[in-house]
Design a protein around this ligand. Structure first.
Ligand code: UD1
Length: 350
């Protein structure tokens, strides 16, 4: 049966305690969906659920269930699908540290690909064939031309984390080829940053951040001395790398828009989720300095292996088909990231 109302629709969110997952859970609850989160908390804190309650309020929070489990645990996943009448799955759960993936390829391939295979099999066995997958602009590799559209070619990934995104996309496409009842949406994120405007939820990486924004935020709050700029000799206006940064709340809303659109459909569709605007590393440091009210120090270092010069999205398809577009700009992204970091200097466990 096709459900057309959020209140009749149950969404399983794997990795729902993580950065993008938790923001998506908030948007789903605020729209009236029933939400089941499966997360093993291997890279997240259970405290995020108190924050979600505070943001959405007790009434909406009653529609959220948390199950602590590994998505690769077939018995646990069978139990979830037995207990809840899941209509759609949003699949975030996976390892994502690029550098670590180079050191631990077996762990990355077996976890990310293995858990997706278990999930898809359990879904099929329970007659749930609708899934949104958390993919990445990393599948475009080093682009020949910009902006990137969904038709831009996939290029070889530069690390195992990227390859798992690349391969899981193909695995999910294969499901649709084999069984046209499947309903698959691949969302290719550009660079998600920012935090919930409430200051209650944000990015909370363990150890030294690999990504630019959490590193900049930790410099701003005094946990690190200076930002390391990886290369200022790129062929870009100021010589530093250019990316399409997108506010995590916009990204979360992109999932809700995709969910509403895909209800009752079948097939496989790909959407870029970005803003369509490129911003350099130095522009980010400047914008964050304005947000926190202090010139943030930086040092220029050699290029980081595997980095591309520039990428940004053409978001026409998401706008025209899903009716979604990003609303926040870089200053709001930095404002909200700073609000989160200054209120929670050591993250959820601080
Ligand atoms: C990285 C991953 C990408 C993943 C994304 C998730 C790589 C090669 N790619 O994207 O697969 O989907 O994170 O958010 O790692 N930079 C600095 N100093 C830093 C950190 C980064 O100058 O301390 C620069 C980088 O060179 C780049 C830009 O900042 O130009 C953004 O880097 P980052 O935040 O790590 O994201 P990506 O590399 O684009």
């Amino acid at each position: 049966m096709i459900n057309t109302q959020p209140k009749d629709t149950c969404v399983l969110v794997t990795g729902g305690a993580g950065f993008i997952g938790s923001h998506t859970v908030v948007e789903l609850l605020q729209d009236g969906y029933e939400v089941v989160v499966v997360d093993d908390l291997s890279n997240a804190s259970e405290k995020v659920f108190d924050r979600i309650d505070q943001i959405v309020g007790d009434d909406a929070a009653e529609h959220l269930t948390f199950v602590r489990a590994d998505v690769a645990d077939r018995d646990a996943m069978d139990a979830v699908f037995d207990e809840f009448d899941i209509d759609h799955v949003i699949h975030f759960a996976g390892y994502k540290a690029v550098g670590e993936s180079v050191q631990k390829p077996i762990e990355y391939y077996s976890n990310n690909i293995g858990n997706t295979l278990v999930l898809a099999d359990v879904m099929r066995n329970h007659g749930c064939k609708s899934i949104i997958f958390s993919s990445s602009a990393t599948v475009y590799g080093d682009p020949d031309s910009l902006p990137l559209t969904e038709e831009s070619p996939k290029k070889p990934a530069t690390n195992p984390s990227g390859w798992t995104k690349w391969m899981i996309e193909e695995m999910l496409r294969s499901l649709v080829v084999a069984d046209p009842e499947w309903n698959v949406v691949l969302l290719r994120y550009f660079n998600p940053i920012g935090a919930h405007p409430s200051g209650l939820m944000g990015e909370d990486p363990k150890g030294i951040p690999n990504n630019l924004l959490p590193y900049v935020a930790q410099v701003a709050v005094g946990r690190r001395d200076a930002v390391h700029v990886f290369g200022d000799d790129y062929d870009t206006p100021d010589g530093t790398g250019v990316r399409d940064y997108i506010h995590v709340v916009d990204l979360a809303r992109g999932h809700v828009a995709a969910l509403a659109w895909m209800d009752g459909r079948t097939g496989c569709e790909v959407f870029n989720l970005g803003t369509g605007t490129g911003t350099s590393v130095l522009e980010i440091i400047k914008a964050f300095s304005a947000a926190c009210g202090r010139e943030l120090p930086y040092v220029v270092e050699p290029r980081r292996a595997g980095d591309v010069t520039a990428n940004w999205a053409d978001c026409t398809k998401a706008r025209e088909v899903l009716g979604w577009q990003a609303e926040f700009g870089i200053s709001e992204m930095c404002r909200d990231a700073w609000n989160w970091q200054s209120n929670n200097p050591f993250g959820y466990e601080g």
